[in-house]
Design a binder for this molecule. Structure first.
Ligand code: ADP
Ligand code: TRP
Length: 342
């Protein structure tokens, strides 16, 4: 109990900040810039007690291949660790190792109206798509997907989370968690903390190979820990216009430049701007973009590979994290169950 984390909790100076990433695909540069990097920065200072996890049960809503599911789950954990998450400073676990979350999930389900879930954006989007395609409205919807926001509320409420850093698409889920917390508190007395979300407004939405938001769903990603040769290949696929090399170019609408400035130094960025203005060939920009991205991922990529080759190390770290998490979730679930009347 002597880790800095517990000292923080005991004096209650800091806010609990919690976030999860689900193992549904290869982690890409956009996930790093938009989610992992800001979360690691928030974990650095003394303002927050961070609780970060692999949202594997959420991932299961989209996965039926056991071997792939396992590989992706280890991949998410190894990514956080390779990028510098310190398990001594962060409570870091696999959602499925903290059973109390799933008991709370059921309790919250019984407080949640079905109508609230019908109105959840992610579900509604699928229904709309099915209608448009002339299919039955719930085609392809499993109950895990339908109940997804309730499990997410359980993740958040279990640890009396005050702050949840998420992307804009997740705001409604935090609002649902607040609604469920309020319903419970109203019914059974003050128990849950109402969480707030924080959106990293200043964080860039990284474009993908085709210029749309880099996303697993669009198949336009640059996976974070790609080998150098593959990384160069991905970069070569990035869309450019057909201007000749000597023509002056605009940095504003250049996907290559948008990516470059996320990884280059200030001096390099200023130089690249000049080179654009003077006229530069796209091939040259692509080579330089490769250099700065590769420079950035070189070290974490090695660490990632080492970890992926040693799942037992990842298991040990996550199990220890789950034990820490359960020192909070066990007594709190007991309190919750007492209130409900078990
Ligand atoms: P994907 O769109 O690839 O499926 P997720 O929805 O699983 O990614 O997102 C996980 C986290 O990564 C979220 O916090 C999201 O905001 C962030 N993220 C995803 N894509 C990008 C991007 N292109 N730029 C910035 N952040 C992103
Ligand atoms: N739904 C989140 C996403 O798709 C992942 C997630 C699961 C999560 N549980 C959470 C995020 C709790 C924040 C808090 O990105």
């Amino acid at each position: 109990m002597s880790s800095p984390f517990f000292i923080f909790l005991e004096v209650e100076k800091v806010k609990t900040i919690l976030t999860g990433i689900k193992p549904t695909g290869e982690i890409h540069l956009g996930n790093y810039m938009g989610a992992i990097k800001p979360a690691l920065e928030l974990a650095q200072g003394n303002d927050y007690a961070p609780v970060y996890f692999v949202a594997d049960y959420h991932g299961l809503t989209k996965q039926t291949d056991a071997a792939e599911f396992k590989r992706l789950s280890y991949g998410v954990a190894a990514t956080w660790l390779a990028l510098g998450l310190d398990p001594e400073q962060v409570i870091f676990y696999r959602q499925s190792d903290v059973q109390e979350i799933f008991e709370l999930n059921w309790i919250l389900s019984c407080l949640s109206s079905k109508g609230l879930m019908n109105r959840a954006h992610a579900y509604k989007a699928i229904v709309d798509e099915n209608r448009l395609a002339g299919r039955e409205q719930d085609h392809g919807v499993n109950m895990g997907l339908f109940n997804y926001p309730i499990l997410m509320a359980a993740d958040i409420l279990m640890f009396k989370t005050e702050v949840v850093p998420v992307g804009k698409d997740q705001i409604q889920h935090i609002e649902i968690a607040r609604d469920l917390a309020e319903s419970f508190n109203h019914q059974y007395g003050e128990t849950f903390v109402l969480p707030e979300f924080i959106i990293q407004e200043d964080t860039a939405v990284l474009p993908g190979l085709d210029g749309r938001k880099m996303s697993k769903s669009y198949g336009n990603t640059i996976p974070l820990f790609e080998d150098p040769a593959k990384l160069q290949k991905h970069i070569n696929k990035i869309k450019t216009d057909s201007l000749p090399p000597e023509a002056p170019k605009d940095t504003e609408n250049s996907i290559l430049f948008m990516l470059y400035k996320e990884f280059a130094t200030d001096v390099e960025i200023a130089e690249m701007k000049e080179r654009y203005a003077d006229g530069i060939g796209w091939g040259e920009v692509k080579r330089d973009l490769f250099e700065v991205i590769n420079r950035f991922i070189e070290e974490p990529r090695e660490k990632y590979k080492e970890l992926m080759a040693s799942p037992a190390t990842i298991d040990r770290i996550l199990k220890e994290g789950a034990e820490k998490a359960r020192t909070i979730s066990r007594p709190f679930l007991k309190e919750i169950k007492d209130k409900v009347g078990f």
